[in-house]
Design a protein around this ligand. Sequence first.
Ligand code: TTP
Ligand code: MG
Length: 685
Amino acid sequence: MEESESASDKPRPWQSYHTVYTNAKAGMDGVDKEKVQRVVYEMSKGSKYFENEERKEAFIRQKIEHMRARAAKLSAADLSHYQKVADKRILELESTRDLSRIWLHVDMDAFYAAVETLSNPSLKGKPMAVGSMSMISTANYEARKFGVRAAMPGFIARKLCPDLIFVPTDFKKYTYYSDLTRKVFWDYDPNFMAASLDEAYLDITKVCEGRSITGAEIAEELRSRVHEETGLTCSAGVAPNRLLAKVCSDINKPNGQFVLPNDHMAVMTFISSLPIRKIGGIGKVTENILKGVFGISTCEEMLQKGSFLCALFSHSSADFFLSVGLGLGGTDTPEARFRKSISSERTFSATEDAALLYQKLEMLSADMQKEGLSGRTLTLKLKTASFEVRTRAVTLQKYISSSDDILKHASNLLKAELPISLRLIGLRVSHFNEDKGVVPGDPTQKTLTTFLISGDASRRTGDDQRSLGSDLSDLHFISEKETAISLDNNETCHHEFGDPFERKHLSDIDDKNCISSINACEMEKIDELSSNKTAAMVNTADVKERTTKSPKRDLSRVSEDDSSIQREPEDSNPDRLNKEPSTSGNEEFFSLNQMEMLFWVDGYKCSLCGAELPSSFVEERQEHSDFHLAERLQKEESGTGSSSLIPRLRIVPKDYSGSQNRRKKHKSAHLPIDSFFTKKSSRQL
Ligand code: TTP
Ligand code: MG
């Protein structure tokens, strides 16, 4: 007894070591979290990764102290004032509540792992992970019982579960199955929003009304149809808005569903005990700060601490937090969005009859003319028979408004795609004559991409953009594919979207003082949007890469001018705390320059190691960036060309074709992502 007491008295430093790996995913409820923490701690201690994690933790602590001090300085009068501000804001937000829509969020169960098991049934029932020793993309539910989860380095996973079977990723296979699921989603909401390969949001209001059937029944039916079509299971959440639907789909995973009725009381009860971390966009950092400074653990407590939140955070941040406390989220339909552009699209039975396709274009051009606006950027959106969304844009020297002009340029864009079988064509004219630039604060005008998402796999609204949430959170709506618009043009739209609120707000959380590394969002933003130097490099690389794949690509470009439209000036990461370069001497850890070679090829492949990490996994991407950051530091410390860091276990996706140039370019800087775990002493592998 005494002995066990003294054992438990021993310091357990891993207890405060929280990484993304220790954050439970579905199927990990019964996991011995402390054991996972200890393994991760022990396997990384002494490495640069560890140092970086510690540094981040230190910044969070510092931030918490700083905010606590600010909170302590608030006088009674201040607090009473901010209470009034919060009360007013809560009322205003409450008045926006829309309980008229029924949203369904569907998410495949252990998606990559399930697909692999389908093609190799001998894996059934055995703990397995898809990925490599460097990083695993996902683990099946058997492996999760050991604490193995997505984004975890494989060598840590193997330590947790020695019998773990590793299967390499096969993105093409996942895309194939994803397409099958989307065909089912299409039947319930042709405008469904695909958030990633394995998840989507569907507005099922109409189908429920039309068939006099409940959301729960639709969810059951949809899930069983997905199973019929694919042999895979999925889980669903049904709720009055997207933010809540996403939370709900995770509740009864795997192969389950949860319905939150469109009822004010039900929503408030649901939200009252919901841990804030369940909300898309609230990641580790935001969670720690809200908890550490204000003692906020549940969504409801956001409302109780409204005065502090209003006093210490910007409007948008406070709004986001209060909205979470009210259980509000995006409910709108695509038509309501994007007022700074005109767009029109037609869906039809899939056809590859070019004459018919041109005819659709003609009709759309006429629609555009009716609006009487002239614009310089014309974007063509295509949805192929297999639901792949492509976008092609061109920015012209002069403004156009006549249907003839629109048709002429749109036809050029379409021509380059032929032959093609399409089920949807959309046209958008933007960059209007009266646009003197992006209207600050007008979320509908943020990006050209914004539009493209409308009505399709990704719709975003101002409302949605206000979210922090990563998958609904962080990046919402910045799609991997939206990249498409100017660069890519050849992708399926998986954007996430995110959620209901934009993430600008957390700018005050991070306050320039905090932490961490380059985050994934930042990288992604760079990848797809901006016109900064790094992006320029990325764009060039991407264009080159794609030229080899598709000679047509050059037809779809967005001029420099247009790229200003695309720029997303605000941070797209809710957990921005994780991102700002510090002003306190940590620039070498976190500066963009250091990591400028990391970006996401085609929106999901790490340019440094080829690991595939869809953009909706904001936190995981951030961790991944941290890996590379640490590996770089490790390398610098050991001197270039150190033999201890010779690449091993490098992952290069099979379909990483056309990227030779880039690979060469980064070869010297390239190291396997597990090398950052290299310790000064011997590796524990
Ligand atoms: P998720 O839906 O998060 O996970 P999952 O489908 O494997 O398991 P479940 O939904 O039942 O909890 O992600 C979908 C796929 O995205 C996943 O199968 C693999 C990929 N993915 C990555 O590549 N890296 C990551 O870090 C994560 C979280 C997912
Ligand atoms: Mg899933």
